[in-house]
Design a protein around this ligand. Sequence first.
Ligand code: SAM
Length: 255
Amino acid sequence: MNKAKTGQLWGASLGPGDPGLITRRVWELLQNNDIHWTYPIRRKGAKSHALGIVTRAGLNLPAEQTALIFPMTHDVKILASYWLRAAETVLTKLQAGQDVIFLVEGDASTYSTFNHLARAVKGLDKSINIETLPGVPSYNAAAAKVSMPLADTDETVAIVPAGYGIEMIERMLEDFDTLVLLKVKPLLDDIIDLLQRRELIEHAAFVEKIGAPEERIIKDVLSLKDTKVNYLSLLLVRNPHRQRGEIIRGCRQIK
Ligand SMILES: C[S@@+](CC[C@H](N)C(=O)[O-])C[C@H]1O[C@@H](n2cnc3c(N)ncnc32)[C@H](O)[C@@H]1O
């Protein structure tokens, strides 16, 4: 007996919020009515930012879609159980021959739930064909919006989840010309203090929900002190005070 053909899984990057930043490749797949849509939510009944992007794009939502729960917790055991449950849900469809697309806000290779889903699906069935479709990450859209280059010539850039803490961020200022600080919400006040102390406050920009109707761009970062911000927010910090070695025979010397 022939084994039924299994479906394919795509991790489809949608860009951070503006439907105009959806790539042509992803756009084409979203027009295909035979592909089952899945997307991440934090808890049962919660809204999906990723689904919001395609809704704003004016696309017809398929009659059947599946929300997959990825809770906001650092508890690895709890997370692993949700990754497994999501993978089992997707795998049932794939093994029935259904193609599945997983909608991802921003870029699917950058701190994305898709990586966990893809790993768990592969863990259950190595034969599944999985493709990651790249897209615009939030910080690229943010840098363009505030006209702040992330890097020029031989400058260095670091992308850091702010949860590493103030000491780590301060240490990175020695080595990087630009810091992209993600997940800043819980530490924002402490980061603002650091930026003031290091005379970098004027070289920073705060961006929240870029591309969404609620987008906020704040260049006066100090004004955010003691305020609440959304989880989907980041800080871009240029570091003009960094001491850099001279260039000898085309190579930048380390100070
Ligand atoms: C789990 S990471 C997801 C990153 C996403 N895959 C990307 O490519 O940008 C979540 C963090 O990315 C940043 N982020 C994601 N989307 C954003 C948006 N629309 N506006 C501002 N920051 C965003 C925030 O720092 C947020 O805490």
